[in-house]
Ligand binder design. Structure first.
Ligand code: KQY
Length: 364
């Protein structure tokens, strides 16, 4: 498959919204013991639940390392395809390609540079070279040509688009020292506009409180459809999350998108603060250079970190009274999709959630 020396905008490709039709979905199997407790065994069960839920709606491929291939194949249901993809960890939203489509139905991948959320500045592990090859491997499996950006760091979790020329991101992440410190905000915006075919970038300031990715947008805001977004919210003015969510609400509700529409903003309450337990902390193999998981640390829990599938939405459950409220809100926002909740504490303990462990391939 070819590496194309051009840009999506020049070639008439655009990034579709996640709510548009998919050809399928990728997930990478968790195993690294310095991020996933107990050697990844509890997380693997939840990844099976997420893959199974999504496979009700669209084909799912799980990539596993050669060491874990047989275990993954054994644990996953037969309708899920399992292939070997060597990796450093299982966040395919970030290590995988961002796909773009054209009006002829062609699909191409954008292969951003991946540096584990901040490289040597404040990245979450080292090395990350296998993760940086994941996008290329998925493009090959999908028979998709790709644009490779060897000098531009970006993760899929740091952007959401409406498919009609608008992208939402956060300054906390895209302007962080560990991504592209040599580029100004305007230059970063220009790269996004060229490679995703956009007219407008809406900049939020910060993502969810204590998000270890430097505030990925996919934990705080999601596009329901063009002109309509869901926002993580709390009414508790004493929670540091309040000020962040309020700031996002003010920016979003005062923004127009690329088509000149005012955004409709729907609030979905976060669960009460979720803290790492002693047993959970002790289950992680602490090593130098990987973010420690300390007892009592608050996790960046948000229902917004959900996956939009063909005909379905798969969202995280936290064993919290807000779970049911989130389900109802999503059912209202997505009347034509089945809403499936998956208990997701084990994914949260690894530092992300359902959206972060999935990557859609658009139908084109
Ligand atoms: O939230 C994400 N998109 C990724 C989280 C990475 C956590 C690594 N420990």
């Amino acid at each position: 498959m070819k590496v194309i020396d051009s840009t999506a905008k020049k070639d008439g490709f655009r990034m579709p919204g996640e709510f548009e039709k998919h050809r399928g979905c990728y997930i990478i199997w968790p195993e690294r013991p310095d991020n996933w407790r107990l050697g990844g065994k509890p997380a693997q069960k939840v990844f099976v639940d997420v893959a199974t839920a999504i496979s009700k709606f669209e084909p799912v491929t799980v990539g596993a390392s050669s060491e874990q291939y047989a275990n993954a194949r054994h644990m996953l249901p037969e309708q899920v395809r399992v292939v070997e993809i060597d990796n450093d960890d299982s966040w395919v939203r970030d290590s995988g390609p961002t796909f773009v489509v054209n009006d002829e139905g062609d699909v191409r991948g954008i292969d951003w540079t991946f540096n584990a959320w901040g490289g040597l500045e404040d990245g979450l592990y080292f090395p990350w070279d296998k993760d940086d090859q994941v996008a290329q491997k998925i493009c090959e499996l999908e028979m998709s040509d790709r644009y490779r950006l060897p000098d531009f760091v970006l993760e899929g979790g740091s952007i959401h688009v409406d498919g009609e020329g608008t992208l939402i991101t956060t300054e906390e992440c895209l302007l962080s020292e560990g991504r592209n410190p040599q580029l100004s905000r305007e230059q970063i915006e220009q790269v996004l506009k060229e490679y995703l075919n956009l007219e407008k970038v809406i900049w939020l300031k910060r993502g969810i409180y204590l998000d270890e990715t430097n505030g990925h947008v996919d934990n705080i805001v999601n596009y329901v459809r063009p002109g309509v977004v869901a926002l993580a919210w709390t009414d508790d003015v004493n929670d540091p999350q309040y000020e962040i969510s309020k700031e996002c609400y003010d920016i979003l509700s005062n923004s127009t998108d690329a088509k000149g529409r005012k955004l409709e903003v729907h609030k979905i309450h976060v669960p009460k603060p979720i803290l790492i337990t002693k047993a959970e902390s002790e289950g992680v193999d602490a090593v130098d250079g990987t973010l420690p998981r300390e007892e009592g640390d608050r996790l960046a829990a948000s229902y917004i970190n959900y996956y939009t599938a063909n005909g379905g939405v798969v969202f995280p459950l936290f064993d919290d009274p807000r779970d049911e409220e989130a389900r109802q809100k999503l059912a209202e926002l997505y009347p034509d999709r089945e809403i499936i909740g998956v208990p997701a504490r084990e994914i949260l303990l690894g530092g992300g959630n359902i959206h972060c462990i999935t990557q859609q391939v658009p139908l084109g």
